[in-house]
Design a protein around this ligand. Structure first.
Ligand code: AMP
Length: 419
């Protein structure tokens, strides 16, 4: 497999797929440029080698050409970050893209307009009538898959080599994230530095495990994390269940959970997961106490109680101090740690202490040599809120892609480079 550090981009045109899907305010100002900064090492290496760059990205979920989702809004900031005046092609397919990519000289950077302005990027039909028949849907799908081949081929034709640095979309088999790779030889396609770091971090928690390995699964719903939990049961020594999903387990075990979050149709599944954990010798850890509230609000009245004795009219919004100690002790003795999902409603300051305590224990374990990976959904917001990002080994930018990787799925964007 080719690697970016060994590749010399001198005189080469690189098509770099990045994830510049950044949040914009109503005046199109970027409110968080983390994703842009994350791609800079890759872009700068190509320029330093004397290569030129064609940048492809999506922004938002447009259903066609939409000014709101134009990548022109990020052009100025990208130029500032790179210290190079970035050129722009206001369509990724038309004459302008062809001419500008052909004319690109070493040291130059061209940003293509939002790839998702074309249905071919995702390969999903658009504009189907609501009452379309199954045959019409199948025909539209076939048509877009056909035209997707031309779209992909054309994107590939702009460049000599392909770099995928968009981990956030690695779980999608889209034209620019996966399909395009087959138009480049093994020597001419590679991960960017960000993607490489993400892939290595996932590999460390799935395949290069130093024990004990502890996963802390929090967040709101068991149903959204079943596959991850099932895959982790084959890997971890300790599985700490936290957050809203705890109470489905507690109720399944006969506990009283008041108005706490619960998925009543998942009680059997919770028992099944507990049984599987036992069979596999995994220490599945549930809360013993909770911080409960009389309303879903930061200002609600609150008190601590046993996790299986939550009074009617009250709901658990965080773990209690005894649970914090139990979780922290397990974490501090671990050598590999995966954290996905807060222990409570961390957005409410009065119910964020459990998540803080878990984060603090992970930072301490990391200082003592553990490898810690944080990611998926709200976990990143949580470590950022408490300022723990620098204290853990790796904070994934991945979201859905990270969760699918942990579920054990092969991500198309990764496979396309590795095969
Ligand atoms: P997820 O996206 O599944 O990782 O869930 C994250 C969300 O779960 C956060 O917004 C938390 O506020 C929420 N959450 C965590 N614990 C609880 C709880 N005990 N009750 C209700 N919501 C919770």
């Amino acid at each position: 497999m080719q690697t970016i550090d060994k590749f010399n981009f001198a005189g080469k045109k690189a098509f770099v797929r990045v994830d510049f899907n950044v949040p914009l305010d109503e005046n199109f100002n970027i409110t968080d440029d983390t994703r842009m900064r994350a791609a800079l090492p890759t872009l700068k290496k190509i320029l330093a080698d004397g290569g030129s760059i064609i940048i492809g990205s999506h922004l938002g979920r447009p259903k066609g050409v939409t000014d709101k989702f134009s990548l022109k809004h990020i052009l100025k900031h990208l130029s500032e970050l790179l210290n190079v005046e970035v050129l722009f092609a206001n369509d990724c397919m038309g004459e302008e893209a062809v001419t500008k990519t052909a004319a690109l000289k070493p040291g130059e950077v061209l940003l293509l307009e939002n790839l998702r302005f074309y249905a071919e990027e995702e390969g999903k039909p658009r504009g189907l009538a609501e009452d379309a028949t199954d045959e019409e849907k199948a025909a539209a799908k076939k048509a877009v898959k056909e035209s997707q081949k031309e779209f992909t081929k054309k994107l590939a034709s702009y460049a000599d080599c392909y770099v995928n640095d968009a981990f956030g979309t690695a779980h999608r088999a889209h034209a620019s994230t996966a399909l395009i790779a087959k138009y480049f030889s093994t020597e001419n396609k590679m991960f960017g530095f960000l993607m490489e770091k993400e892939v290595k971090a996932v590999d460390k928690v799935l395949n290069d495990i130093k024990r004990p390995f502890t996963a802390i699964m929090g967040g709101s719903k068991v149903s959204s994390k079943i596959e991850i939990i099932e895959n982790l049961l084959n890997k971890v020594d300790n599985l700490v269940i936290a957050g809203g999903m705890t109470y489905t387990f507690t109720k399944a075990l006969g506990g009283k959970i008041g108005n706490s979050l619960c998925e009543d149709d998942k009680l059997d599944l919770a028992l099944e997961l507990l049984k599987k954990a036992k069979e596999k010798g995994v220490n599945l850890v549930l809360s013993v106490d909770a911080k409960i509230a009389d309303a879903f609000s930061n200002e609600a009245n609150s008190q601590f109680c046993e996790a299986e004795e939550i009074p009617d009219g009250w709901l658990a919004l965080d773990i209690g101090p005894k649970t914090e100690d139990i979780f922290a002790n397990i974490i501090k003795e671990s050598k590999t740690i995966l954290w996905n999902g807060p222990t409570g409603v961390f957005e409410f300051d009065n119910f964020s202490h459990g998540s803080f305590a878990v984060g603090e224990a992970i930072v301490e374990a990391t200082k003592n040599g553990a490898f810690s990976l944080v990611g998926g959904g709200d976990s990143v917001a949580c470590v950022n809120k408490f300022g723990f990002a620098d204290g853990v080994s790796y904070v994934s930018t991945g979201g859905g892609a990270l969760l699918e990787a942990i579920e054990g799925k092969v991500l198309p964007g990764i496979a396309a480079i590795q095969e």
